[in-house]
Design a protein around this ligand. Structure first.
Ligand code: ASP
Length: 377
């Protein structure tokens, strides 16, 4: 065990009770996750109970690293698989649009070797924002380009504009808009609409109560020689205010890399993470000797403590946030506020993350602060 790294003590748990609205029931410690380099970690991005986009991403990235490829190529190529996949409606092509029906994408990339970073926000009509963020990092002396400027920058680099709104995402957006209020001109088509396979797909995956879920992919890698990189890419909060940026493209919130220490990225409630500079905080805690899992859980506690505006009446958090953290030795963790979520059919999905190293690509369960209670129906 590294110097200064220890498991949570009774005092930790009592201390956490002082800052959390409700005592975290669990601070699970996963069995020690042994390091073997190169290693790649990512969010799970489950397409179905058995299919994970994150697993495809870490597998692809690890193969590039194992063949001696560039680590930024590795993580960006990994997440491109998910950006290109219309069945992942949280990222890239086919992403859920903003409140006006326009897909706006955000992404960030950071390279520990140079400590340079690039990011784009509210980028329209370009399906691989992670590639554009990489070019901001490599081909400008700036970090963050948004909106129309980001589109012009992408086009200057030869990216083709395309319609990112798939029929499925358009129908989901229209359904949301029609059901939003009885005080406007838009009316739902009733049961017929809910029989549409695309609407059913959405309701089964995300439920109707929380009709504004969100999602993202984060992917981080440590090479055989200990160099560290990461990327985060998303369509952001579903049906967001046009121009709204979450944590994903913000360096320090949705992604942070330090070549001496490690990397961290996030998925989940972006505003809470923005207010806590979460990924940077996790990396700083790892620098001070905490394991990736301890650092991620401690930072989640801070987000929960700050989230006075996003709690159930019982005081429990009303949101999910997940950190994916890896240190220079290749030790890694996924850690979440809740242990998982209940779908509309009452089926519980355990929160997971994806890892690839010399033992192969696999999904592992996250450590977590709270157990999700089954909703009463
Ligand atoms: N963090 C993303 C955002 O706030 C969304 C997510 O990962 O769920 O835009």
């Amino acid at each position: 065990m590294a110097r200064g790294v220890r498991g949570p003590t009774r005092r930790d748990i009592i201390r956490s009770a002082a800052i959390l609205p409700v005592v975290a029931q669990v601070r699970t410690r996963a069995p020690a996750r042994a390091a073997s380099l190169p290693v790649v970690i990512a969010s799970a991005n489950m397409k179905s109970p058995t299919e994970s986009g994150g697993l495809n991403a870490v597998r692809k990235a690890w193969e590039i690293l194992a063949a001696g490829g560039d680590p930024v190529d590795a993580v960006v190529s990994g997440v491109n698989l998910v950006e290109n996949d219309p069945d992942d409606v949280t990222v890239g092509y086919g992403g859920i649009p903003n409140e006006e029906g326009v897909v706006q994408l955000d992404a960030s990339v950071m390279d520990g070797r140079t400590m340079k970073a690039g990011a784009v926000g509210a980028l329209e009509r370009i399906k691989n924002p992670s590639k554009v963020a990489r070019l901001v990092m490599e081909r400008t002396n700036r970090v963050f380009v948004v909106g129309e400027g980001a589109l012009k920058f992408a086009k200057a680099h030869g990216f083709a504009e395309e319609n990112l709104l798939t029929e499925r995402s358009r129908k989901i957006w229209l359904y949301w808009k029609e059901k939003l209020s009885g005080k406007d001109d838009w009316m739902p088509a009733g049961n017929e609409e809910e029989k549409d396979p695309d609407i059913r797909w959405y309701i089964e995956k995300y439920g109707v109560e929380d009709f504004r879920p969100q999602g993202t992919i984060n992917c981080d890698a440590v090479t055989a020689s200990g160099d560290i990189v990461g990327t985060t890419t998303t369509c952001g909060l579903f049906f967001k205010i046009p121009g709204r940026l979450g944590d994903s493209p913000v360096i320090g919130a949705g992604l942070y890399v330090d070549n001496d220490v490690g990397a961290c990225g996030s998925t989940g409630w972006g505003e809470g993470n923005l207010r806590s500079c979460g990924s940077h905080t996790v990396v700083e805690m790892m620098r001070q000797g905490k394991s990736p899992e301890e650092a991620a859980l401690k930072t989640l506690e801070r987000i929960v403590a700050f989230a006075k505006d996003n709690r159930e009446s019982s005081g429990r958090p009303k949101f999910q946030t997940v950190f994916y953290a890896v240190n220079k030795r290749g030790e890694y963790a996924g850690a979440s506020v809740y242990d998982g979520a209940y779908g509309s059919t009452g089926r519980f999905s355990r929160a997971k993350f994806a890892v690839a190293d010399s033992s192969g690509a696999r999904l592992l369960e996250t450590a977590y602060l709270f157990k999700k209670e089954k909703p009463s129906r």
